[in-house]
Design a protein around this ligand. Structure first.
Ligand code: GLC
Length: 599
């Protein structure tokens, strides 16, 4: 890839652009010269580390996990004990006061938010983590800034260099044109994509919340500034940039302003720059869109973009299998080859800080005899806990009273039935909920890609209902699953008579097995196997390992001839328990929610 050509192709070649190009070169030059020798040493190894079986992530909010960065240092051993090898810090750069969408409204990219500490403390934490073999991922919110960002201030002060960094219009003619094709991201809490500001007498594009102003990448100054910030942060020791909300980065009138070809240009150019200046750094892209659009963000051999992408489909399919006790949709959807490049790697997760949106392959649903809309309603109500017999307790997110459309919120444990079981003091239901929690973790730890745990799930934390009393959180149900880490509960993690102990120890065990077997590396692709039993999910890792998982609370029999090429009962051993797998009439039995990692 030729960066210079790409830049001119995107922006044109007039004198201003030539000036901006030179500016970009000097930003890169400066970053190269100021990169520490320790980081340059690491750069020599390149960035293929992310494909290793050793990779296991945890995402956390610093304030919810440890209050601040100083206290965080005392918790590093906890992460190491579980086996974590990369930490994803949820937004910790300085964000606006009051509602800031969980830190996704950054007001200063080069400062750590006061409530967490300072940039020096972050650098220290990153070094300490590295000493324990743990890499650092930070959220990089590059589609928008807070309306209080310094770039907005400079524009308001009349600095010409800061003109056109956002989408601003004198009247609503063009905004109305845009609105014709744009979708709404928070239709209930933040409807519309533009906001009028009387102080500047302008309509500004605000795709997410009103206080999040969309950056205008049609202006090369925005690209340069963002690259400058990114390289500065990379030089502080960041290993992974989580590129937030990338599908929205490029806007074009008359389109839905999502996944446009120029977004891929922007990311590809950024990746190329990172490769030149800090080649050990990787990109994790956040694009919660259709699978065939997600895979485009991996780029290709000539044009690389993100190394790692969130496997949103797998997450949704896992919950679907749980709620329906039927894996057919998952088996069929995961069998589709979307053309992922060999080094493109998934982040596999069950829960994160966001809601769960029910994006399924509609054609497969229809083929399986289901009505896509009715099925979506089933999932929405099931996960809220309203569907008769549901084990989940959660809440709706962005509920539309007219269409009844919604997404869902809730912690992994509560959605898996633990909250209901504890409320009912029902011992067997508690046991089933723990089994569900472990089964879902067994899936993300064994499937191809990097498992990403959501802080608190490793001890089965329940919903945080207290969010409703905090005014800036109350209208956003995502805070239901963003509770503070319960360190008292975490103390029980070694006690197998507790729920916390059972969950933590088994996850820890699975992580350690994963890290010592090379076929858990992302190089080995997971291939679904059809067993004929709709409750059983089965996949193999290029013949090295076979996973069997029962997504129902009743015992199930699987016909071993579905995978006789892999091994026969009696020959196969479960990696987790070490036990030899036997059969009865060539049928293998799996208990409620049982999973086997067979070799
Ligand atoms: C991403 C984040 C989400 C946030 C949005 C706006 O989708 O995951 O939490 O609200 O970006 O920055």
């Amino acid at each position: 890839m030729d960066l210079e050509n790409s830049y001119y192709e995107l922006y044109g070649t007039n004198d201003i652009i030539k000036y901006r190009w030179k500016q970009l070169l000097s930003i890169m030059e400066h970053a190269k010269n100021t990169r520490s020798s320790a980081l340059k040493q690491a750069d020599k190894q390149g960035n293929s580390w992310y494909q290793s079986e050793k990779m296991v992530g945890m995402m956390l909010y610093v304030d919810k996990f440890s209050e601040n960065l100083v206290e965080f240092e005392k918790r590093i051993d906890y992460l190491a004990e579980l086996g974590i090898t990369y930490v994803h810090f949820m937004p910790l750069l300085k964000s606006r006061e009051g509602n800031n969408d969980g830190g996704y409204a950054v007001s200063d990219y080069l400062k750590v938010d006061d409530k967490f500490g300072t940039m020096e403390q972050l650098e220290r934490v990153m070094k300490l983590l590295k000493e324990k073999g743990i890499r650092t991922c930070i959220d990089f919110v590059l589609n928008h800034t807070a309306k209080e960002h310094i770039w907005v201030k400079k524009f308001k002060e009349g600095e010409p260099d800061y003109n056109d960094m956002y989408f601003m219009f004198d009247n609503d003619t063009i905004p109305k044109e845009y609105e014709k094709n744009m979708t709404e991201i928070f239709p209930e809490v933040a409807p519309g994509n533009f906001t009028y500001y009387p102080d500047i007498n302008k309509y500004v594009m605000t795709r997410f919340y009103e206080f999040q102003w969309d950056l205008n990448y049609h202006n090369p100054q925005v690209f340069n500034k963002i690259v400058e910030v990114m390289l500065t942060l990379a030089n502080k020791g960041v290993d992974i940039f989580r590129l937030d909300a990338i599908p929205y980065m490029w806007k074009e009138l008359g389109t839905n302003c999502m996944n446009l070809p120029n977004v891929h240009k922007l990311i590809g150019m950024m990746y190329h720059i990172v490769q030149q200046i800090c080649p050990s750094v990787i990109f994790l892209g956040e694009a919660i869109v259709e699978p065939y659009e997600i895979v485009k963000y991996f780029g290709n051999n000539q044009w690389k973009e993100c190394n790692v992408m969130y496997n949103a489909s797998f997450m949704v399919l896992l919950w679907n299998s749980m709620a329906t006790r039927n894996v057919q949709l998952m088996e069929r959807s995961l069998s589709i080859d979307y053309g992922i490049p060999a080094d493109g790697t998934w982040i596999n997760y069950v829960r994160c800080h966001d809601d769960i949106g029910w994006g399924f392959e509609k054609e497969i649903l229809k083929d399986l005899g289901m009505d896509p809309e009715m099925h979506k309603q089933y999932m929405i109500q099931y996960m809220e806990g309203k569907f008769p017999g549901s084990f989940s307790i959660g809440e709706l997110y962005e509920f539309n009273p007219e269409t009844k459309d919604a997404r869902n919120s809730g912690t992994l444990a509560s959605l898996c039935g633990l909250e209901q079981a504890i409320n009912e003091k029902h011992i067997y239901k508690i046991e089933l909920a723990v089994k569900r929690i472990l089964l879902l973790h067994a899936m993300i730890i064994s499937y191809t890609g990097i498992p990403l745990l959501y802080s608190g799930d490793e001890i089965g934390q329940l919903n945080n209902w207290g969010y409703k009393t905090i005014p800036e959180y109350a209208s956003d149900s995502r805070w239901l699953h963003r509770g503070a880490m319960d360190w008292k509960d975490a103390e029980k993690r070694k006690d197998l008579s507790t729920v916390q102990g059972q969950i933590f120890t088994r996850i820890q065990n699975m992580i350690s097995i994963r890290k010592s077997n090379v076929f858990f590396s992302s190089k080995y692709k997971a291939i679904p196997v059809h067993t004929g039993n709709p409750a059983i999910f089965c996949f193999h890792k290029e013949d090295k390992m076979l996973v069997l998982a029962n997504f129902s609370e009743t015992e199930q029999w699987v016909d071993a001839s579905a995978f006789d090429w892999f091994g026969l009962p009696g020959e196969m051993q479960d990696l987790i328990t070490g036990r030899c797998i036997r059969s009865y009439n060539n049928q293998i039995q799996l208990g409620p929610y049982e999973y086997l990692w067979l070799v």
